[in-house]
Write a protein that binds this ligand. Sequence first.
Ligand code: FE2
Length: 373
Amino acid sequence: MAFMTKEWTGREVFKIDGFHHVEFCVGNAKQAAYFYQSAFGFDLHAYMGPETGCKTHVSYVLKQNHVYFVLTTPLHSSHPASEQLKKHGDFVCDIALSVPDPAHAYEECLRRGAKEAFAPRADKTKEGLFVTAGIRTYGDTIHSFIHDGEFKGVWAPGFVALKSPALNRQTVHLAAIDHIVGNVAVRDMDRWAKFYEEVFGFMTFVEFDEKDISTRYSALKSKVVRSKNWRVKMPINEPAKGLKKSQIEEYLDFNEGPGVQHVALITKDIVHAVSALRANGVEFLEVPDSYYDALGARVGDIDEDLELLKKHKILVDRDQEGYLLQLFTRPIEDRPTFFFEIIERKGALGFGQGNFQALFESIEREQARRGNL
Ligand code: FE2
């Protein structure tokens, strides 16, 4: 049964201010950085690598308003990330969180049963204090905790500033990270929702199962956990029984295990963002024209022109609080694993559950085309 509750019932054990950045472990960060600049409208912000004294890996930091992505490539097969890359392909390795006190957050997490990714370290540089620590979550994903409020340098110790060249692309205006979704194995969703409740003091505020969302062929179950201040929202999906293979199962097969399925990026103007992204070459899931036939009746009065939404194939959903507009890219790599969501919220607190039917039908058509249904 679907439910959504607004009232805070969590018990915050340490303060989390919000998402700090997302780190992608990729096979070729130099080329990936170009893709994020030219297709998604990011700007180069910082860099570390052999030229800055780091012999083990390179990292490019990309920025767009409040969205920061780090693209990291190991330089040798002996680097632990090389094994992870071989297994998953390009994948999200770190959902980094801003916290006032990383060492305290780390200790509280470990005391509540979380596993260490890396111990707290405080870099006291001439540019100021930078503190970080890390714990493990599902798959090969970690959560770094970062406190950089007093750090005046570029990004983090060891990084140098890097500027994008002039590129012929449209600006997209993605504003911030809205939510980050993980896919876990069958019967693991409850365990991971509980992990966030117990370790972070988050609460589950949205829940739905195969009785709410299903087509003849695919189904998923989902629980969404959030921080007290709403800044961190993390849906956790597991496959549910369907007649044929669930899209979550396809992800788990090709990612060879659990991991981040999508990052949702919020914008104040989704029509602009989607048309700019399309012009820059980003591919989105197809939405059948018939989706728009019943849309007016389903979502009621909205500010946007329905014809314009139909032209750009943008999805709309309404909940008790308002409505939202959203659209999902196709997987951004050859393995059918990770993708992005572009979202604009007009009061709605949900995740577009009402669009799942349309979305699933569209995903299944693509899955069938790849012979994985
Ligand atoms: Fe989403």
